[in-house]
Design a protein around this ligand. Structure first.
Ligand code: UDP
Ligand code: MN
Length: 511
C-alpha cells in the first residue's frame, strides 16, 4: 500500500493561500469545492478545518443551449417547460461553514469558454453553499475562488468582490441578493416568473411577487446619442411610461448631439436629463450606425439607483412594468439562440461593472457589432421574461396565420402586450400611411401595418407640442420617396408603393 501511495503524494501540488486570507483569522470551517484530492491543502489547514464538498459532475451531454433554449412555450397551459437538473451536493452535510473555497474551471481563451455548464455548476454549488451558511450567520459568509477568469458577475456581484490577488478572488456576497438569483430557474429554459401562472397567461400574477424593492431608488432609463433621429422615439417612450402609471424616475442619458429645443421637449415629455460622453465601439468602422452604440454602458454609472429598467428609444410601453424592478441583473426577453434582446433589460448600476464593461472593449467580439452582442458575452446567464414584455415586431414569421395572431396582439384594447419594440425602420421615420419596411424587401420581416397604426394612435393622443418633434426632415423625406420609387420599379408584390400618401407631415418639414 505504502509503495503505491508514495508517488501520488509526490504529485500533489501545494494549494497556496492568498495573503488576504491571513486577515480572515483561524479556526475556520472551510468548504472546499472542486478540489479533487490532487492538491495539498496543508497551507489552508493552518486556518481551520478543510472539508471537501462532494457532488456529481454535470453530465457531459448537457449543453448550454439546453439551459438557454432559443424558444420556450410560454402560452400553452398544458405543459410547463422543464429545465435540466444540475446535480448538487447534500448541503445538510456541510453546516456552519465560515468560508467556501472553490476552483472554477476556465477554458479561456478557447472559443465559447464562458458558456460552460460545468463552470456554471461550480458557481451554483458555491452560491447555494454561501446562501445556506450565510443566512444563519451574524458574520458575513466568505467565498474565495481560484480561477484564471473572473467569476460570473451575474451571480457574484462585482460590488461584492473584496479583494483580488493573481488568480484569487475574494467575495463577501450579499446573501439576500444571491438567494433570489439561485431561487430563479437555472438559465432561461423557464420564465423567471411565477407571474404567468397556468390558466392566467394574460396578466402578470403580481400577488406572487415579494416586494423587496425600493421605488425611490429605481428608475426607467433610455439613451440618445450620435444623432437626433431617435428624439421622437424617446418622447413617445416617456409619454407611454407615464401613461402606464409608473411613479419611478425617468432618466434620459444624452450626449451633445441633441440640440437645446429638443432637450427641452424631452424634459417636457417627462425625462430627467443626464449628459454623457458617448462611448465608441473600438471595433466599429468610423461613421457607421454602430460606432457609438457602447454608450448604453453608461447606464451602469447611474449608481444613485439600485435598479434600472433600460428601454430602447424605439419601444412604446402599453402596460405597467413596475413589478419588473423585482428581478435581478440581468433579466430580459429572448432574442435568438441563447441570447437576450437588449431592448429592455433590468440592470443594477455599479461603477465596478461599468469598469468591467469598459475594460473588455478590446477583448470581446460582439457577434453583431452592437451592444446586444457585447452584453450577451458579459452576461451569459440571464433570466427570461415573457416575450410580451418586449414584443419584437418580427417575432414569428409573416405567414398568414402568424400575422393574424400578431395583429390581434398589436391591436388589442385593452392592450395584451406590455410593449412593442419597433425593430427595422422606425414608425416616425415612415409616412403615417403605411409601414415603410414594406419599401425594402430585406425589411419585410419587420413590416406590420397594424403595429405601425398602433404607434400612430399613441402619437396622436400626445400633446401637439410634443408631436411636433415627430416630423420628417427634408433628407428623410427624400430617402422615403426614393425607397418608394425603387419598390415600384421592382414591382414589390405587397403593392404598398401604390398607396396614395396623405401624411400632412410632408408639408411641415423639420430641421
Ligand atoms: N440609439 C441612439 N442613437 C443612434 C442609434 C441608437 O440613441 O444613432 C439608441 C436608441 O436608444 C436606440 C438604441 O440605441 O433605441 C438601440 O438602437 P436601435 O433601437 O436602433 O437598435 P434595434 O433595436 O433596431 O436593433
Ligand atoms: Mn431598438
Amino acid at each position: 500500500m505504502e509503495k503505491i501511495l508514495e508517488p501520488i503524494k509526490k504529485n500533489l501540488t501545494m494549494l497556496e493561500v492568498p495573503s488576504f486570507v491571513d486577515g480572515v483569522g483561524g479556526g475556520l470551517k472551510i468548504g472546499m469545492v472542486n478540489f479533487e484530492g490532487d492538491q495539498d491543502l496543508s497551507q489552508w489547514r493552518k486556518h481551520g478545518e478543510t472539508i471537501p464538498v462532494h457532488f456529481d459532475r454535470v453530465p457531459e451531454a448537457l449543453k448550454w443551449q439546453d439551459l438557454f433554449p432559443e424558444w420556450i412555450d410560454e402560452e400553452e397551459e398544458s405543459e410547463v417547460p422543464k429545465c435540466p437538473e444540475f446535480p448538487m451536493p447534500n448541503f445538510d452535510k456541510y453546516p456552519n461553514m465560515d468560508l467556501i473555497v472553490a476552483k472554477l474551471p476556465c477554458k479561456y481563451p478557447i472559443n465559447g469558454w464562458s458558456r460552460d455548464v460545468f463552470r456554471l455548476q461550480v458557481h451554483l454549488i458555491t452560491a447555494k453553499m454561501a446562501v445556506k451558511n450565510g443566512k444563519k450567520k451574524k458574520k458575513k459568509i466568505k467565498v474565495v475562488f481560484t480561477s484564471k477568469c473572473r467569476p460570473m458577475l451575474e451571480l457574484f456581484r462585482c460590488n461584492d468582490l473584496v479583494k483580488q490577488e493573481g488568480d484569487w478572488w475574494y467575495y463577501e456576497p450579499d446573501v439576500e441578493k444571491l438567494e433570489q438569483k439561485i431561487g430563479l430557474p437555472v438559465g432561461s429554459c423557464k420564465l423567471a416568473l411565477p407571474l404567468w401562472g397556468q390558466g392566467n397567461h394574460e396578466e402578470f400574477d403580481v400577488t406572487k411577487i415579494k416586494h423587496t424593492t425600493n421605488p425611490k431608488r429605481e428608475a426607467y432609463a433610455t439613451v440618445l446619442h450620435s444623432s437626433e433621429s431617435y428624439v421622437c422615439g424617446a418622447i413617445t417612450l416617456a409619454q407611454s411610461l407615464l401613461k402606464s402609471g409608473t411613479n419611478r424616475d425617468l432618466i434620459l442619458l444624452l450626449d451633445d448631439s441633441i440640440s437645446e429645443p429638443k432637450r427641452h421637449a424631452l424634459e417636457l415629455a417627462g425625462w430627467r436629463l443626464r449628459f454623457i460622453k458617448r462611448i465608441r465601439n473600438p471595433r466599429a468602422q468610423k461613421h457607421t450606425y454602430n460606432e457609438y452604440n457602447y454608450s448604453k454602458f453608461r447606464l451602469w454609472q447611474l449608481t444613485d439607483y439600485e435598479k434600472v429598467i433600460f428601454i430602447d428609444a424605439d419601444i412604446i410601453v402599453l402596460k405597467n412594468l413596475d413589478h419588473l424592478f423585482h428581478f435581478p441583473q440581468l433579466t430580459a426577453t429572448g432574442n435568438d439562440v441563447w441570447l437576450f434582446n437588449s431592448g429592455i433589460m433590468i440592470i443594477e448600476p455599479s461603477n465596478c461593472t461599468f469598469k468591467v464593461l469598459m475594460d473588455k472593449r478590446d477583448e470581446i467580439i460582439s457577434y453583431n457589432g452592437g451592444d446586444q452582442g457585447y452584453l450577451n458575452e458579459v452576461f451569459v446567464w440571464w433570466h427570461r421574461l415573457p416575450r410580451r414584455v418586449n414584443f419584437l415586431k418580427n417575432f414569428w414569421s409573416n405567414t398568414t396565420a402568424e400575422t393574424k395572431m400578431k395583429n390581434q396582439l398589436f391591436a388589442a384594447e385593452p392592450p395584451k402586450l406590455y410593449s412593442i419594440h419597433y425593430l427595422g425602420l422606425k414608425p416616425w421615420l415612415c409616412y403615417r400611411d403605411y409601414d415603410c419596411n414594406w419599401n425594402r424587401e430585406d425589411h419585410h420581416i419587420f413590416a406590420s401595418d397594424v403595429a405601425h397604426r398602433r404607434w400612430w394612435k399613441f402619437h396622436d393622443a400626445m400633446d401637439e407640442k410634443l408631436q411636433r418633434f415627430c416630423g420628417l426632415t427634408k433628407k428623410r423625406k427624400a430617402q422615403l420617396d426614393a425607397d418608394r420609387k425603387k419598390a415600384k420599379e421592382i414591382g414589390l408584390k405587397d403593392k404598398h408603393w401604390k398607396i396614395n400618401i396623405k401624411d400632412p407631415r410632408r408639408k411641415y418639414l423639420m430641421k
